[in-house]
Structures are given as C-alpha cells and as structure tokens.
Design a protein around this ligand. Structure first.
Ligand code: YK8
Length: 176
C-alpha cells in the first residue's frame, strides 16, 4: 500500500471527521468539482460496536483506457476503538463497477485522524489496491498502475482543496 496524505491541519480532530465523513458542505463542494454524484446513508451502529455507512455514486474518469463514467460503491467502517475528539480510524472499500477488470479488484483506504492539540489534528490516508481474484501478472500490473495514478490525483486534490477551502486549516507541515 501507499501513504497518500500525512499532514497536520489546523482544526480539531472532530471537525476533520465531520468535514470528511458527514454530508458536509466541504465534501459536497469537493464532489461537485470532481464530478462525483451520489447518495450516502448515515452512520449506523453495528453489532460489533463499530459504525457503518454506504455511499453509492457515479464518478467521472479521465483515464483514456476506461469509459468516461463508472458507478461505484463505497463502504465505510468507523472502528469501535475510535474515541470521539481523540482518535478516529475509518476503513473504506471502494468498488468501481464499470471499469475494465472491475471484477478483479477494489480499493481499500484507511483514514486515521489523530488529535494533536485542541485545534490541531493529523490526517493520514493509506491506500491499497486489493485483488478478489488473481489476474494474469501483466493485467495485475496494468490495474495497479492505473489505479495508483487515479488515486494519487484524487488525494492530492483533496489535500489541496482542503487547504484552499478553509485557509485557516492550511497544512502546518508536510512530512511524508
Ligand atoms: C473514493 C481506483 C481505480 C479507479 C480508476 C480505474 C481505472 C481502471 C483502468 C483499467 C479510474 C472516491 C479510481 C481511481 C476511480 C476513483 C476512485 C476514488 C478516488 C484500464 C485497469 C473515488 C476514493 C476512491 C477510491 C478508488 C478510486 C479508483 O472516495 O483508476
């Protein structure tokens, strides 16, 4: 996997969670710009003690090897070890249904939000491309390469948009 974001932001951990994982105006505007259109369910408590929500959306793709759009399903799990205002760990699995070889792979993103002080938190986003069935070696490297480039673009944009949208949360430092 890869660590795409590892930064300190000048907002509380709780606010970072709200920005990224609720139907916030931040996320709505970001998805507008990325041309991601969809619906999400609200967080539901699980028997295991964690929380879950599902997002269904259509993404606009600018990879010439794929179609212009794909539907996607994202399942987010907020771990029960999370502590409000202190520490949040969210795993998200993203299935893109209409891209070549879509039945072979999905993407797993892990978001960690860690409180630094009252008005500071660290955001870490770790991503991995997972295989449901083992493709031919060449196909596998093709999928991996194309997924990384799309993901890198998305998360770089998310980090920058975050900084621009709220100047007060400009990243204090970048330490990847
Ligand atoms: C979520 C991973 C792969 C996919 C894409 C697939 C091309 C396949 C090409 C063939 C287009 C918002 C991505 C990047 C689309 C966007 C997905 C996003 C960014 C020839 C092999 C959507 C996070 C996320 C996870 C997976 C990303 C897809 O919040 O390259």
């Amino acid at each position: 996997g890869r660590l795409f974001v590892n930064r300190v932001f000048h907002i509380s951990a709780e606010m970072m969670f709200d920005l990224l994982f609720t139907d916030s105006s931040f996320m709505r505007r970001f998805m507008d710009i990325r041309k991601i259109i969809g619906v999400s369910t609200s967080w539901q408590r699980e028997a295991s003690g964690g929380m879950k929500r599902t997002l269904n959306y259509t993404i606009t793709i600018n990879n010439p090897l794929a179609g212009k759009f794909s539907t996607a399903t994202e399942t987010q799990t907020l771990y029960k070890e999370s502590r409000e205002g202190q520490y949040y760990m969210i795993d998200s699995e993203v299935y893109t249904h209409d891209v070549p070889y879509h039945d072979y792979f999905y993407t797993q993103n892990r978001y960690c939000i860690i409180r630094n002080s009252k008005h500071k938190c660290r955001l870490r986003i770790y991503t991995d491309v997972k295989y449901k069935k083992q493709p031919w070696g060449l196909v596998k490297s093709f999928i991996t390469k194309n997924s990384w480039s799309g993901l890198e673009d998305y998360f770089r944009h998310l980090g920058w948009y975050n900084a621009i949208y709220l100047p007060s949360i400009f990243p204090l430092h970048l330490c990847v």
